[in-house]
Design a protein around this ligand. Sequence first.
Ligand SMILES: Cc1ncc(C[n+]2csc(CCOP(=O)(O)OP(=O)(O)O)c2C)c(N)n1
Length: 885
Amino acid sequence: MRLAAAYSAGMADHSITRYLADQGGDADPTETAEWRDAFQALVATQGPARARFILDQLAVLARHPGVAWSPELVTPYVNTVPVEKQPVFPGDLAIEEKLASLMRWNALAMVVRANTAYGELGGHIASYASAADLFEVGFNHFFHARNDKQGGDLVFFQPHSAPGVYARAFLEGRLTQEDLAHYRQEISAPAAGARGLSSYPHPWLMPDFWQFPTGSMGIGPISSIYHARFMRYLTHRNLLDCEGAGSDTEKRIDKRRVWGVFGDGEMDEPESMSALTLASREKLDNLVWVVNCNLQRLDGPVRGNGRIVDELEKLFRGAGWNVIKLLWGSDWDGLFARDTTNALVRAFAHTVDGQMQTFAAKDGRFNRDNFFGQDEELARLAQGMTDEQIDRLKRGGHDLVKIHAAYDAAAKHRGQPTVILAHTKKGYGMGAAGQGRMTTHSQKKLDDAALLEFRNRFNLPVSDAQATSLAFFKPADDSPEMRYLHARRDALGGYMPRRETACDVVPVPAANTYAQFALQAAGKEMSTTMAFVRLLGTLLKDPQLGPRIVPIVADEARTFGMANLFKQVGIYSSAGQSYEPEDIGSVLSYREALDGQILEEGISEAGAIASWTAAATSYSVHGVAMLPFYIYYSMFGFQRVGDAIWAAADQRARGFLLGATSGRTTLGGEGLQHQDGSSHLVAATIPNCKAYDPAFAGELAVIVDHGMREMLVEQRDVFYYVTLMNENYANPDLPEEARDGVVRGGYRHASFGDASASRRVTLLGSGAILTEVLAAARQLAAEGMAVDVVSVTSWSELAREGRACEEQAKVPYVTQLLAGSGPVVAASDYVRAVPESIRAYVPQGRRYATLGTDGFGRSDTRAALRAFFAVDAASIAKAARFAGA
Ligand SMILES: Cc1ncc(C[n+]2csc(CCOP(=O)(O)OP(=O)(O)O)c2C)c(N)n1
């Protein structure tokens, strides 16, 4: 169907690119030309503002249902910043190009050397080859470092481009040649007097270097959004000014920003895209993403049969972002200027990414024949250009001037986050060995010919022998390039990435002052969730600690009985509260405020954990120690966002995760998807996570108190995972002498029966199942046994200490705790593997039986569920008898 006919039939495809591709479908070109001329005259005589106004008026008419027109979100495949709006490049182009070439070379040499020596080490060349210029313009002109005078920018680097960041740090004198030679060899490096360089950005492994772990795709993007939002939170709560002093435009350009360079393939991760609307809703103009659109991912094209740039443009624009397309380099400017009939844009509209990749992989001759050879108009444009010139036509993401123009526009943009869609070639400059090849992502080796070709391609000042022996190259300290490199970083505040650790000590009040209700509960009935909420409410009132607390919820505050905090400390809202809440008169009123303290993330566990990570690393990223408490349904933590928690651990997060409504039988009615029997198993695998499953309010208070001291006062890089239950039962006083055991993972809670009885048993239990253990103890005591009950507060801490003691040939704490005779029976509301984790440390000669909740959860009463999973008092007593008690 011709386009005009399609329009009249009301079936129009509004795509501009389609329109351009199908211009022949115009039923009345004369009439069309009149409309076009009229519009151009309007722009010329009245100016663009008036033209926009008229278009808005027409758009109102066009949206009439009978016409059913709406503007499409995709614009033609050209640069967003027009040539005439490009600022003058403020640097020395020749030197910057030379430096970029050196970075490329050293990065490549690092990966190829490692793999020549040890083929198993892996690494990537092609990704940084495509991203080098995007990084370099940032390093030379935009990425501010933190120092005494400024907070600095946060920069998220594409993980598999890490070699490029190391290559730069080498030229800056922050890493040595030996260090580069130990890329991905962290264990063997120290013996050679070098520091090993981690595969990807890992703060855990390089704690003075990397800030943000990005190696698991998707986590970097979402994390950058929540870091940007958290900076606003710090500003609005008057804890730290991240917006920059003064209100004049020039000053505000220097405000702190979050920059992220991500892959176009990475945008397919659900996490990458899931918080886009949060960023625009919050008007995060302190956030700039650069999506490196090299059109390829690992296996092949990101969108072989479509265009990823178009797709991302639509998505981001629809989500309310400012989109800047950075598609073509300066040498295309002349071609576009001569292209009066839009032949190029039409040709691009036909060219899907799979084809664009082929053009990237082939030489100038091929491109002349197959791209410019498509029609006469295109062929005419390429006339006068040599094949070599055609081959060297740059994509926008490889042109420093164009990149600078895009970054500059992004930095000046107000009121929206910006995404720069940067068109690049994967494996840029790797020639036949890799540029645009399907297999380029995993290319780790280059033969001599390819190395020499690369050397020539980038005019590197290395001899044949140096090139083929993969010698690292660093210009003399007093060379113009090196002076320039240092001067640029100096102007931007110093070198980066650099991770800081210095932060203030936040005093923690004595537990007796705020947790008496829990420590001396005197039999009061409450759930550990209630106890936690009460603790939190009191801590929030502490003049020094209170303001540093960040309560985080994912739409479940009411479930956990926290609604009173809405009124007490308010819900953070960058817009304040522009409506009168329905429940305004209530003490539980839903109060939103600019300086509100609670981060209410809505139903996004991925967002909430990203928020938690931003707060939990504020001590390092901002030098302001914050203490986040993120409380959620425990099943939707490690199981749902475990990878994000792993990344937070890598980032050395400090804070509390509260897995509420936990346990497979304690949350009776919710069934299979909600009942958590495994989070403690996963938590135990994270080295800096201390996981607790307290049974009583007093235990919880001791754990929270100890955690706060470890994190805020001793400043240790640990975080706490504490499970909370919604079962109400009587809470005993916690004896002073039990506190140490609570922290270590368990203590002798009670003894039953005749202490001199010959039939003996020790029962272990954690969390709500301790109540079943106590009931079983009474039954067994009534049968004439001597029963000891140990309250296990942390299986994983007991096991961890056990392992450490074994290595040092010491007797583990848990072994001492279980000294005695008769069998030991352990029960928990988690899978059996959790209590099994301490088996190796049970004293020799004592039989050890474990009860847990393996299998799918289901709905019923607590009693029915506990009987079903055999973790109720009767089953525990039975197991004790069976074990020989
Ligand atoms: C969650 C996750 N899945 C898969 C990978 C493996 N992986 C690493 S890089 C990569 C391809 C990345 O492609 P893209 O984002 O387009 O970046 P490019 O290297 O092309 O610049 C893949 C699949 C990963 N690191 N993380």
